[in-house]
Design a binder for this molecule. Structure first.
Ligand code: MRU
Length: 343
């Protein structure tokens, strides 16, 4: 399965809004198409939107229309600004765009064609590094997983949410590859059903045992002793270890604590935002009410009803057992452990 690829100056994206019923790729030839794809969750998941935005920046700057280095840089900043506005919570988006602009600003070249080549090479590097990062997260994370573990995950933090392999599901993949007979519970993840549509699909493809539950079944499952640990991804982690992830994650963390279960977060260090002291400062995206009032295009609520539709919530660091990164596992206090891993 390929979340995205670069082919003949085109960003080819697997349209995740169509999964699992249709396997359809979309072909983005300008940055407006990439922005639309990110905004409407055709490509989604924190690392994946960072990589897609990096390629989007390459598509947005037409070297032939820039006669000077200054013009090229100005255009690149403008396009990066537009792409950065598409989704506010996942810090990987602005992280990737900042990295692209830094690379450009530090390049001595003056020819716009050469500058575009530098941008493209940087986007490829972000893609490749994300894949390597996820494999490293998998290696560190699988050591925490006992053989036979029944793992509850939320949303989709898999290959689809990244350049490949996944973060939370990367740990599941690595544990499976290590011969541990793990199984997964996927919570459906209302309102957009990333768990039901995407996580189950990924696990079935790999023949990793998976059971789908509705979001409101997790407490009951834990009370029956059906879960051994919870593992999720992250969209942004504040310096103190507070974690923003898909709405519903906080509830699962509270439940895990109430049932004495470990609650792990698997994420690359690029997801840690050291500029924010705590999770209350993380911007939380609010989305179209129609995502809640409608299911598969059909209304399930009275017309005009008031809706609150935050896409993410914040899990306080005290509920997080450990953060699994590509450089190792961070334990509380996160203010120190995460900073140490980043040195
Ligand atoms: O709204 P989405 O589908 O982009 O939300 C995705 C998540 O919340 C993931 O858990 C997170 O981005 C981590 S993906 C490795």
């Amino acid at each position: 399965m390929e979340t995205m690829r670069w082919e003949s100056d085109t960003l080819v994206l697997l349209d995740q809004t169509r999964l699992p019923l249709e396997l359809k790729y979309i072909y983005c030839r300008d940055h407006h198409q990439v922005a639309e794809a990110i905004r409407n969750l055709r490509v989604r998941g924190a690392p994946a939107i960072g990589v897609a935005a990096a390629y989007g920046l390459v598509l947005g700057v037409d070297a032939a229309r820039c006669s000077t280095r200054r013009e090229f840089l100005e255009r690149a900043r403008e396009v990066a600004g537009e792409l950065a506005l598409t989704r506010p919570t996942a810090v990987n988006l602005s992280w990737a765009l900042r990295r692209m602009l830094d690379r450009l600003e530090n390049a001595p070249e003056s020819d716009p064609g050469a500058l575009r080549g530098i941008l493209l090479a940087e986007a490829h590097a972000i893609f490749v590094e994300d894949l390597e990062t996820n494999r490293a997260i998998g290696r560190f994370g699988q050591e925490l997983i006992p053989s036979g573990a029944r793992i509850l995950t939320h949303c989709n933090a898999g290959a689809l949410a990244t350049a490949g392999y996944g973060t939370a599901l990367g740990v599941v993949r690595a544990a499976t590859a290590a011969g541990k007979k793990v199984s997964v519970f996927a919570s459906e993840t209302r309102p957009l059903l990333q768990g039901a549509r995407l996580t189950t699909w990924e696990m079935l493809q790999e023949k990793i045992p998976v059971t789908l539950i509705a979001d409101n079944m997790a407490a009951s499952l834990m009370a029956r002793g059906g879960v051994d640990l919870v593992i999720v991804g992250a969209d942004r982690i504040a310096a103190n270890g507070d974690v923003a992830n898909k709405i519903g994650t906080y509830g699962l963390a509270v439940l895990a604590e109430a049932h004495g279960l470990p609650f792990y977060v698997a994420a690359p260090l690029s997801t840690v935002d050291f500029s924010l002291a705590e999770g209350g400062q993380i911007p939380i995206e609010e989305r179209d009410p129609a995502e809640v009032t409608h299911l598969a295009g059909r209304s399930v609520a009275p017309p005009g009803v008031r809706v609150w539709n935050p896409a993410f919530d914040v899990t306080p660091a005290r509920l997080v057992t450990a953060v699994i990164t590509e450089r190792g596992v961070a334990y509380p206090p996160y203010g120190e452990s995460l900073a140490r891993l980043c040195k």
